[in-house]
Design a protein around this ligand. Sequence first.
Ligand SMILES: Nc1ncnc2c1ncn2[C@@H]1O[C@H](COP(=O)(O)OP(=O)(O)OP(=O)(O)O)[C@@H](O)[C@H]1O
Length: 305
Amino acid sequence: MTTNTIELDSVSRWYGNVVAVNDVTLTIGPGVTGLLGPNGAGKTTVLHMMAGFLAPSQGTVLVNGTPSWRNPDVYRSLGLVTERESVPGYLTAWEFVHASAVLHKLPDPKAAARRAIDLVEMGEAMDRRIGTYSKGMRQRTRVAAALVHEPSVLLLDEPFNGMDPRQRMHMMDLLHRMAGEGRTILFSSHILEEVEQLSGTVQVIVSGRLAASGDYRHIRRLMTNRPHEFVITSSDNRRLAAALMCLPSVSGVELGTAGLQVRANDFGGFTRELTKVARAQGIRLSQLLPSDESLERVFSYLVAS
Ligand SMILES: Nc1ncnc2c1ncn2[C@@H]1O[C@H](COP(=O)(O)OP(=O)(O)OP(=O)(O)O)[C@@H](O)[C@H]1O
């Protein structure tokens, strides 16, 4: 099936010596999909190749069955909301979205602009200058401009950056509604919870490679089951170290100046057992801190697994 579908086959893209995307193969169909990865993972490069702005150095990128690079047919069926805001503050939303409709050479640009503005619920504010809008309103205006030609595929690069929770909810609701109309919506993010709230399907990209792909719960499980490191302080670190070493969920214990460094294989099992052991030994726990929670490390684990 090729309708509303994006397909990457063995796609790589390099900039000089930098390999930004490395041999990625994936297919994305209708509904909402999250493209998750830490900063610099290659998400923007992937989205720009899908949108036909960038040529792949190797491999093929198809949108609705045809190569997207320099293909006006693809531009007609695809919308891209870029990461950086470049909305002219002196225009009104109406002027901005209408200009987009005119650039697309739509037969009735006024009607198309009005439809897109209504879809993002910006009708009331559409005659005000964009410079006076909140971040969320500016973002919705950009989505309206990207949607004005009713594309079947919509790509959004970090659409929630800088939004407050209310604006996020509003944008999430909008993306869900558009997906409900049968469109393919792909958005990038470096925040796992964002992807959790919005989409069941996730593609995880780390250092240019596809690290994991599929159902959100599966990815979440992979991340939760990875080895965790903690620093624990207690009323008797030495005795606690000896007790923890006997636990099946613990793979390493080290007594340091900052406290007890513990490596656990099974996150859930360890947190349950720790309190039991401490109680049985009469040891008071004063602190339990994760010591390896940088996003890059969490994602790197997915690549290695
Ligand atoms: N025009 C360019 N010239 C050279 N290197 C580039 C260029 N664009 C991106 N890169 C490099 O390619 C890699 C992937 O960048 P990309 O912007 O696609 O990642 P990203 O996941 O979107 O990150 P971010 O969320 O920080 O924008 C990075 O190492 C980046 O420095």
